[in-house]
Design a protein around this ligand. Structure first.
Ligand SMILES: [Zn+2]
Length: 292
């Protein structure tokens, strides 16, 4: 009898141990699953930012998906070549060509900017103002030829001292951008009606500028290179003709500061002196503060 009781006790103990082992295994399994999920999120940015098109199961892996940013919506903001202007606009889906009624026919222009401009154009026309686009998107090669042409006209020679070269570059940079720092690369900027500052000081030119200052912001456009004395900005001189489409250019500007550095400036006259003239700090960053 005692032996039977003893056997029953032993049998119960074995069952209890088995239950405890199963429970312990269950806890370990749950912990591991959680642990893997966290590690996957932390080490795999592709999963975190992948669109549901490319990775349907991504959502189920991420408890708190990253909030949408400009960078997610526009792949160009993370593309350094695009930010530097190395773009073939004729093969880029976001670009088209300007029609003659809006300015110089055939100019490459960003579609979103074009649509916003057409609305602004119609509003201005109702007030007796005719806006005309003289320049819109310009790529790196186009800007290089403008830049090198300007340096040559100012007397640039390869044999000059570093100091003289810097002086000529600073002179050129009053109105002309070197390739790689022009906001026209992004397709967000438009030059309107006339490229002479004096045109905007009287008559129809002044009326156009006054209208833009009052109404352009209603359509997303802001003057990029404002009066330096008014805003305390550095860089290019006042350009009353140059307007930026802020809904897009703000994201490109911020991405530019994150992705581009002086080592990216190569392949044009004066490239090795870009840091001497502080091309990024004084010129890229020297814009109307409202666009930052
Ligand atoms: Zn411009």
């Amino acid at each position: 009898m005692r032996r039977r009781l003893k056997a029953q006790k032993k049998y119960k103990r074995i069952i209890l141990i088995q239950v405890l082992v199963i429970l312990a295994l269950g806890v370990v399994w749950v912990l591991c699953t959680k642990c893997n999920g966290t590690a996957l999120q932390a080490t795999n940015p592709v999963i975190e930012s992948a669109s549901s098109d490319s990775l349907p199961e991504a959502d189920s892996l991420v408890d708190n998906p990253k909030p949408s940013t400009i960078e997610d919506e526009n792949p160009d903001t993370a593309d350094k070549d695009f930010l530097l202007g190395k773009t073939d606009f004729s093969h880029h889906p976001d670009f088209t060509n300007l029609e003659s009624r809006y300015g110089t026919a055939g100019l490459p222009i960003r579609k979103d900017v074009y649509n916003a401009f057409k609305e602004m154009y119609a509003a201005a026309l109702e007030d007796g103002i005719e806006l005309r686009i003289l320049s819109a998107a310009r790529n790196w090669s186009r800007q290089r030829s403008i830049w090198e042409g300007r340096l040559n006209s100012l007397g640039w020679r390869a044999s000059m001292s570093r100091q003289d070269k810097v002086r000529i570059m600073q002179q050129a940079l009053q109105y002309v951008s070197m390739p790689g720092i022009s906001r026209h690369h992004w397709g967000t900027e438009i030059d309107l009606n006339n490229l002479e500052p004096s045109y905007f000081t009287r008559g129809q030119g002044k009326r156009i500028l006054d209208w833009l200052k009052l109404h352009a912001a209603e359509h997303g456009f802001y003057q990029t290179y404002t009066d330096k004395a008014e805003t305390g900005r550095t860089g290019f001189s006042n350009e009353p003709w140059h307007w930026s489409y802020k809904p897009l250019s703000q994201g490109f500007f911020q991405a530019y500061l994150r992705h581009v550095s002086y080592t990216d400036f190569v392949g044009f006259t004066g490239a090795e002196l870009a840091e001497d003239v502080q091309a990024i700090e004084l010129y890229v960053e020297g814009i109307n503060p409202i666009l930052k």
